[in-house]
Write a protein that binds this ligand. Structure first.
Ligand SMILES: [Mg+2]
Length: 257
């Protein structure tokens, strides 16, 4: 079914890898796709890593053919500027997110200056404290401006385990503040569009491979891409993807490589 597809866009967490462990067959399938001239891009909702960091992690795991990696950090500063102009932003999240927000021309303020913030940028925050959570809630409630890389509820890690995802924090803040989030990453269209541009393929020539129905499958379908739901445990909702694959070997066969 994917013999004619010219580009493949892969989700990372829970698909290509879990934590620092590649899924079985990833290296072989990606190598075969690459040698067959198919384009490959990685599209993650990671709120704590830039594209360069993602490529470094892939290379360390032996995936050296990766050229295109996209994360919401690529465009979060631009999204804030388009919606709110140059802003004073309380960043609750990773230092990498604060750096890209500042790099886009905004002023980043800390919790001690939360009264001055005009926008809240909320990512997964491994240093979350009640003080930081409270500041996030207050800024979102006062400004109505809650911008987040993603609303994924869980971050899959090794051995079928998980960490709370960015979306779990967003749900807490949105509930307390009574504000709906502006989502930068999947399932919103912009990052899918950038991935297609980088691969120089039309949406209908590209396949999105991922483990999340709400972020990967629905987002890809909205932009007209074809979809492969990665469900290694075999549990998958029918009708949410063009195909359900249980392994990267399945994908290799479907792609005819
Ligand atoms: Mg995933």
């Amino acid at each position: 079914v994917f013999e004619s597809a010219r580009g493949f866009v892969f989700d990372l967490d829970g698909c290509v890898w879990n934590g620092n462990t590649l899924s079985p067959g990833v290296a072989d399938t990606l190598g075969r796709l690459h040698r067959a001239g198919r384009g490959i891009a990685f599209l993650t909702n990671n709120s704590r890593a830039t594209a360069a960091e993602i490529l470094r992690r892939l290379h360390a795991l032996g995936i050296t053919l990766a050229e295109h990696a996209l994360t919401p950090l690529e465009i979060i500063g631009t999204v804030i500027a388009q919606r709110f102009g140059r802003s004073r932003v309380l960043v609750i999240g990773a230092p990498e997110m604060a750096a890209v927000v500042a790099g886009a021309g905004h002023e980043v303020v800390g919790v001690e200056r939360q009264q001055e913030a005009t926008v809240l940028a909320l990512g997964n925050d491994f240093d979350l404290s009640f003080e930081r959570l409270a500041a996030a809630c207050r800024v979102a409630a006062r400004t109505g401006a809650l911008v987040t890389p993603n609303v994924d509820a869980r971050l899959p890690v090794e051995n079928g385990d998980f960490l709370p995802g960015c979306g779990a924090l967003v749900a807490a803040v949105a509930a307390a503040a009574g504000v709906a989030p502006i989502v930068v990453g999947k399932p919103e269209p912009p990052l899918f569009g950038i991935a297609l541009e980088r691969l120089r393929v039309r949406a209908d020539q590209a396949v999105m491979v991922g483990d999340s129905v709400p972020s990967d499958m629905r987002g890809a379908r909205r932009v007209g891409m074809r979809t492969a739901l990665y469900a290694p445990d075999g549990v998958a909702a029918s009708g949410e993807a063009d195909v359900v694959i249980r392994s990267f070997d399945d994908l290799r066969r479907l792609a005819g490589v």
